[in-house]
Design a protein around this ligand. Sequence first.
Ligand code: HEC
Length: 138
Amino acid sequence: MPRPRVLLACAAAAVLIAGCGGHIEVSTQNAALHHGAVLFNQRCSGCHTLDAANARGSKPAGQAKPGERTDGPNFNVRKENRDDVLFAIRNGGFSGSIMPANVVVGKDAQDVALFVERYAGRKGSSTSGGKSASGSGG
Ligand code: HEC
């Protein structure tokens, strides 16, 4: 028995507006930093949190059970320096197991690293503070 052909009108198809990446705090005046923030928002926000790039990928604070396997460190509270970020980008995090390597490369990687160095750790709570890193020059 032949089935009647049913036409489903997808009149209410949702249109996603590309490029609506939320609120990025970094001023466009600093092109490299802003570029880094945009890239972070696009490439890293799935697994890392950093408010300046409107990224919410880390495990929510206070969440009791373990988050997803891909939840990376929260850069609102964790300070990073540029070399470490570049290392993590090239090698896929520090453990090399979860984070994909080379999510960004070349100048893109430089910009992301610069951005993370500047903006990570700004909301650092009392955890592991007080380390005086001011070295005495030789
Ligand atoms: C698929 C998820 C995922 C993506 C995408 C991702 N990361 Fe990660 N990242 C992780 C995880 C998980 C860790 C922690 C484990 C490790 O270090 O290997 C991590 C660790 C790091 C670390 C080391 C932090 C520390 O102090 O231990 C840095 C820096 C970092 N990521 C930066 C980035 C940047 C920048 C991007 C985007 C270019 C990015 N990550 C994209 C999952 C991700």
